[in-house]
Design a protein around this ligand. Structure first.
Ligand SMILES: Cc1cc2nc3c(=O)[nH]c(=O)nc-3n(C[C@H](O)[C@H](O)[C@H](O)COP(=O)(O)OP(=O)(O)OC[C@H]3O[C@@H](n4cnc5c(N)ncnc54)[C@H](O)[C@@H]3O)c2cc1C
Length: 564
């Protein structure tokens, strides 16, 4: 298969991933070239040849893999397009009632003051899927080409320079043989490749390792479970946005929830579970189901119906976990560069802003025809001079404090973080890679060694298998697994013994199952239901042996988050 002939295509700028970061970048690039050329004569500058700009996206359509519903800080949107509202931005509501709640399994208490990080009045509630579609249309109006259904599978390099990407082969059977529908992936060669693949991007991971672009700290992650419910009209409160945590659990593991209202009596409920945990049975899906059984949630969802389910990770490390943002021929933007603000649990505005800063750097590179680090390195300078960096400075020791312990953050360090604009008691607190926190079963107290039992009632709480049906996910079954397990023997032997196969717990889509091995009675082996995969990346992150690698399946497959 490696010697097959491949088509090659050349562009000036290639964007991998059609999320808010790259779509904002592509749009801003075209606008900035237009502005540069409009002013060139007056300013005595050379005009720039309008670039050929391509965005590729693994989903079947732009926005299909955007986990719908978001509360968006409009600061970056205003810079991207000052008249974004008039231009048809798909705002559903503007928030005016930010709340923080202390939840318990009994009563819930609304904090009399909403902490500044959860103060989101004036933010725009929108379906992120619709935002991506809208941005995609704006890009196309500016002459950007967008190819949905194309998954980038591999970085292409020449020496120490990125020269583009290879897209994945299509029409390969489960044993790796070409089917009659076989279409080899193509090589897309570009002067600049911008990776905006979102959290734990496949190529971004390759690039960071290849050119040793690691940040000061490791990256840590949470898995976000999202459910959209249609609630009774009397339970619908447009403009409200609630954040909160369940106590006393949050003193041990810093998980949290959010909730806001969308059009048509829809409520978007999300629950984030830390993947930096001692607990091998840590189960983001189960934590979300359990949370729905507290009285506050029961009352809200009673008489409502589940409409959609999805899951996706968020990068939580913050500033000190961000990688180097550039190398020769390539830039990293948005969540692929760990740009989400972990303290505010918000990344869309950061994605848009870093996309814009990358675009401005590329305009310079096009003008100078220099795509080396000499010019692309200015992206870091632009970032350091931006409000995005200032915002990250204020949350730079947030995750590090949790890494010490949630009790340390809540009990001791929080007031210092606020008073010292993010420095806290000690600066540059360490953040460890999420998978390194997991303890072996015998290191846990006996009560924590077994998975806790939970009965799903089928009305408020549902099994993973049931919920996957609400994610619209679809994958051709006759194709090589896109979830590569380097050594499945580890699963049947030491992982069973040491951790009790945490993949069965941490995957929110019932992809991993240990089944009886007919050839070795009494031994279980790993079975992968890859067709269930919702592309959340939890397995790639949480596996304690780091032998699971998430790779993109055939272009056009995966969840469908458009109907939310
Ligand atoms: C459950 C949840 C709720 C959230 N809520 C909020 C919120 O309310 N407000 C907020 O500001 N932020 C929120 N965020 C964070 C926000 O969604 C992200 O920070 C933001 O979407 C990052 O944008 P991005 O463009 O960097 O990446 P993404 O939005 O992840 O987009 C990346 C795109 O690249 C595509 N892609 C990936 N790999 C490849 C490949 N190899 N080839 C081709 N295409 C590829 C993906 O399919 C995807 O479309 C939330 C995140 C989660 C998980």
């Amino acid at each position: 298969m490696s010697e097959i002939e491949r088509e090659s295509m050349e562009v000036d700028v290639l964007f991998v991933g059609a999320g808010p970061a790259n779509l904002a970048a592509a749009y801003h690039l075209m606008k900035s070239v237009e502005t540069h050329n409009g002013n060139a004569e007056a300013e005595g500058k050379e005009p720039i040849e309008p670039p050929v700009v391509l965005v590729i996206e693994k989903a079947a359509g732009v926005g299909d893999h955007q986990l719908s519903g978001a509360v968006i800080n409009p600061i970056a949107l205003r810079e991207l397009m000052p008249d974004f509202v008039e231009q048809g931005f798909p705002t559903e509501y503007v928030t005016n009632d930010s709340q923080f709640m202390f939840f318990t399994r009994g009563p819930s208490i609304k904090s009399p003051v909403c902490p500044p990080m959860f103060q989101k009045n004036g933010y725009h509630v929108a379906s992120l899927s619709n935002v991506a579609k809208w941005l995609g249309e704006k890009c196309e109006e500016m002459g950007v080409e967008i190819y949905p259904g194309f998954a980038a599978a591999q970085i292409l390099t020449e020496g120490d320079r990125v020269i583009g990407v290879r897209t994945g082969d299509m029409g390969v059977d489960r044993d790796g043989n070409p089917k009659p529908t076989f279409q080899p992936g193509m090589d897309i060669v570009a002067n600049v490749t911008v990776l905006g693949e979102g959290v734990r991007g496949t190529l971004s991971k390759q690039l960071i390792d290849l050119f040793d672009m690691h940040g000061l700290n490791e990256q840590s992650y949470k898995t976000g479970i999202k459910e959209i419910w249609r609630v009774k009209p009397e339970n619908h409160q447009p403009g409200r946005v609630i954040h909160g945590s369940l106590f006393p659990d949050a003193l041990h593991q810093m998980d949290g929830m959010w909730l806001y209202d969308m059009k048509d009596n829809l409520v978007s409920f999300g629950y984030v579970t830390s993947l930096t945990t001692e607990d091998p049975h840590n189960d983001p899906h189960l934590n979300a189901q359990r949370f729905k059984t507290i009285p506050f949630m029961r009352k809200l969802l009673e008489g409502g119906e589940l409409v959609r389910y999805g899951a996706k990770c968020v990068p939580m490390g913050g500033l000190y976990s961000q990688p180097k943002l550039y190398c020769n021929g390539a830039l990293l933007v948005g969540d692929a560069a760990g740009m989400l603000n972990p303290m505010k649990l918000a990344g869309v505005h950061m994605a848009i802003k870093t996309g814009m800063l990358a675009a401005e750097t590329i305009v310079d590179a096009l003008a100078k025809q220099d795509f080396s680090t000499k010019t692309l390195g200015d992206y870091t300078e632009r970032y350091k001079n931006s409000w995005a960096y200032a915002e990250h400075m204020e949350s730079r020791n947030w995750e590090g404090s949790i890494d010490v312990s949630p009790l340390f953050l809540i009990g001791l360090n929080m007031p210092f973080l606020m008073a010292t604009k993010g420095r806290g008691l000690v600066d540059k607190l360490k953040v460890h890679a999420s998978h390194t926190a997991m303890k072996k079963l015998w290191e846990l107290p006996p009560s924590k060694r077994e998975k806790a039992e939970f009965e799903f009632d089928g009305k408020l709480t549902f099994s993973k298998e049931h919920l996957v049906g609400f994610s619209g996910t679809a994958h051709e079954s006759d194709q090589p697994h896109h979830l590569k397990v380097a050594d499945p023997d580890v699963c049947s032997t030491i992982c069973t013994r040491d951790y009790g196969n945490p993949c069965e717990s941490f995957c929110p889509a019932a992809v991993y199952e240990m089944v009886e091995d007919p050839e070795q009675p009494g031994i279980k082996k790993l079975f992968i239901h890859h067709e269930n995969c919702v592309h959340c990346k939890t397995c790639d992150i949480a596996d304690p042996y780091q032998i699971i690698t998430w790779t993109p399946p055939e272009g056009g497959e995966g969840p469908d988050y458009t109907q939310m």
